[in-house]
Design a protein around this ligand. Structure first.
Ligand SMILES: Cc1ncc(COP(=O)(O)O)c(C=O)c1O
Length: 424
């Protein structure tokens, strides 16, 4: 079929009427589906249930004799640090293990920088103009942290080839107010891109106008491949060290999408100077993290191979859902020139682009027919997509049947809205 923008008006009118008729049919089904957030489904969570009982009555000591039931151990227990250091590709002394949320550590890191500054800096960031580069579409909660602290967000495009690294280098090199960049370097949320070696090397080594520039690198989806052949991400922590910029990076991760989203472990790797500064603020907030949960994770996964094996089981559950979305979008929308979508090799999302100016209307129509999608604009700073084009699809939580229905309806909504737009 010819792209819709090259069709005669009468033909487009006919397609619009047909799409509207199908939309009305879907609406009469009174669906009630929620595709808003990238949460694991119950079957994924069930895979780690044995963790709930893997600590027997007398098993509460870490390998260095620490009683995990008691206070203390701000860094986390040694065996958990060793396991997740290997997971992140850093040394065991480079990492700190936290509670269940890496977002919590990210927030704390930004908060401490605003209030006290960072090692090597001139003082609290809050006393200067501060900008963060925000690769977009990106993760909404990174952007809300910036918004909360009044940090100005600058969009850098995540285009068809991923991060626009030239733009990043230009802005970081020329503007001393650019203190940070958010990065999700592997299976990025929501586009699914993995940074190339060149992007990693340039981020690590690019000259920065701000002497205290930092990469807030959120490797949330490091082990989350859907297929057999995982993307390879160059070690960005080592790259920063090799480039003579060891303080440049905070590297975050968590097991939220590995064990339990509400009861996993979070971690951050950073240079000694950065970790010491972070711990100084952390020590004001807690006498020690939940070390029993660390012990549970180590007992359950045992080693990196254990995590990888577990993630294969997860992929078996969620890959059919991703495949269903892509297959239905292809069947319904391919060749019409009214939408494009990612076909990610890992991560938690499919990034879906419609004609400029149509995303909000598509999300609204879908909601009116009973399918809640992530708010259009959520993947951009301030919740505003300058092109009103991007929609984030989160296929993991709903059942396969629900995913199918929601994607069929989404396709019809796109047709209705696109036809209206093209008819002017
Ligand atoms: C990129 C990214 N980082 C972090 C998180 C949340 O991590 P946590 O549960 O460890 O706070 C998410 C959740 O969707 C995410 O997509």
């Amino acid at each position: 079929m010819a792209g819709w923008n090259s069709l005669e008006k009468a033909e487009l009118q006919r397609l619009a009427e047909d799409a509207q008729k199908r939309y009305n049919e879907w609406k009469s089904k009174k669906l009630s589906l929620d595709m808003t957030r990238g949460k694991p489904c119950p079957e994924q969570l069930d895979l780690a249930n044995r963790m709930l009982t893997c600590l027997k009555k007398d098993d509460y000591k870490s390998e260095n004799g620490t009683d995990c039931r008691n206070y203390g151990g701000l860094d986390g227990i040694p065996e958990a640090r060793a396991l997740f250091a290997e997971y992140l590709g850093v040394g065991a002394d480079d990492i700190i293990i936290g509670g269940n949320s890496s977002l919590n550590i990210m927030y704390n890191t930004v908060s401490a920088a605003m209030m006290r500054g960072v090692p090597g800096g001139k003082g609290p960031w809050s006393q200067e103009k501060v900008k963060f580069l925000c690769p977009s579409p990106g993760y909404d909660r990174h952007f809300s942290v910036c918004e909360y602290f009044g940090i100005e967000m600058v969009i850098v495009e995540m285009g068809p080839k991923g991060l626009d690294i030239d733009k990043v280098a230009e802005l970081v090199g020329s503007d001393p107010a650019v203190k940070g960049i958010w990065c999700v370097p592997k299976y990025s949320n929501p586009t699914g891109h993995t940074y190339t070696d060149d992007m990693v090397d340039r981020l690590a080594s690019m000259p920065a106008a701000a002497g205290d520039f930092r990469i807030f690198c959120d490797n949330a989806y490091s082990a989350h491949q859907l297929g057999r052949k995982p993307d390879q991400l160059k070690n960005i922590f080592e790259a920063c060290k090799a480039a003579g910029n060891p303080d440049r990076i905070y590297l975050f991760g968590s097991t939220s999408k590995i064990s339990f989203a509400g009861a996993g472990l979070s971690f951050m790797a950073a240079s000694k100077a950065n970790l010491d500064a972070y711990k100084a603020s952390l020590a004001m907030q807690t006498i020690g993290p939940d070390k029993l949960n660390m012990l549970r994770h180590v007992r359950f996964f045992k080693d990196l191979a254990g995590i990888e094996k577990h993630m294969k089981k997860q992929a078996k559950i969620i890959k059919p859902k991703f495949d269903a979305v892509v297959e239905i979008l292809k069947k319904n929308l391919d060749g019409k020139g009214i939408a494009t979508w990612s076909n990610p090799k890992g991560g938690y999302f499919i990034s879906f682009d419609v004609l400029d100016g149509c995303a909000q209307e598509v999300v609204k129509l879908a909601a009116e027919a009973g399918v809640k999608l992530t708010k259009a604009g959520a993947t951009f700073p301030y919740g505003k997509d300058p092109n009103d084009r991007n929609i984030r699809i989160a296929p993991t939580l709903p059942s396969l049947e629900e995913i199918r229905q929601a994607t069929e309806l989404l396709s019809v909504c796109v047709e209705v809205v696109s036809a209206r737009k093209l008819l002017g």
